[in-house]
Design a protein around this ligand. Structure first.
Ligand SMILES: O=P(O)(O)OC[C@H]1O[C@H](OP(=O)(O)OP(=O)(O)O)[C@H](O)[C@@H]1O
Length: 206
């Protein structure tokens, strides 16, 4: 049986720090972070710490809710697939005076894991579509919007979808660590954090 991969909070923090350093070097400071909930929330908050220089304003974090739902097909030999359900989307709220849309922005999308890539593919495609629609309405299609991605872990496996590079507009895909296709146990899912951390330490994921 393949061993479960235990990840400690410490390890999450370090992966975020390294991811932020790479992102700043390759792409430059983001205007906004988009966290894919629930798994992307904690990494998004941590990575923000490393993306901001002291004395500068905090980078806004927007939350979007995407959940994978088992689409069982019709039972006539259809392939079992997974559908993305959108439970929450962008809302600039009080920011909207300065921040009316994503047009022309340097955007960092954060999630904890890239498994079949279905979720990330959906996120980039839908965000890109939103930007295109608004940019056309406002006559701002000449502005370049960049979508980058940070995940703590990318599972090395056959993906169900590929992200269109053109839609990323020169943004980068950064994974904290590429891992085999195994069960990843994140600390926020644990009901015994001491025991969880002990396993993570034993595996060297600290
Ligand atoms: O690469 P994929 O195959 O699309 O899988 C990755 C997604 O699956 C999990 O989300 P889930 O729908 O379980 O929701 P959660 O984040 O709320 O746990 C995870 O948080 C990613 O968003």
């Amino acid at each position: 049986m393949v061993e479960k991969l235990y990840i400690s909070y410490n390890n999450v923090h370090k992966l975020c720090k390294a991811g932020a350093e790479k992102f700043l070097k390759d792409v430059g400071k983001p205007d906004v972070i988009i966290a894919i909930g629930g798994g992307g929330f904690i990494p998004a908050r941590i990575i923000r710490t490393f993306l901001r220089s002291s004395g500068e304003k905090n980078i806004p974090i927007q939350a979007i809710g995407l959940s994978l739902y088992e689409d069982l097909g019709t039972g006539n030999g259809d392939k079992i697939g997974k559908e993305v359900i959108r439970t929450q989307w962008l809302d600039f709220g009080a920011l909207s005076q300065h921040f009316d849309s994503l047009i022309g922005k340097n955007i960092l999308i954060v999630d904890e894991v890239d498994d079949t890539r279905t979720t990330l593919h959906y996120a980039v495609s839908e965000l890109y579509k939103d930007v295109q629609e608004i940019a056309e309405k406002l006559g701002r299609t000449n502005e370049k919007t960049k979508f980058s991605i940070f995940v703590l872990h990318n599972k090395l496996k056959e993906k169900r979808a590929e992200i269109d590079e053109h839609k990323m507009g020169g943004g980068e895909y950064i994974s904290g660590k590429d891992v085999p296709d195994q069960w990843i146990a994140y600390p926020w899912e644990s009901d015994d954090i001491d025991d969880h951390t002990k396993h993570a330490v034993e595996q060297g994921n600290i």
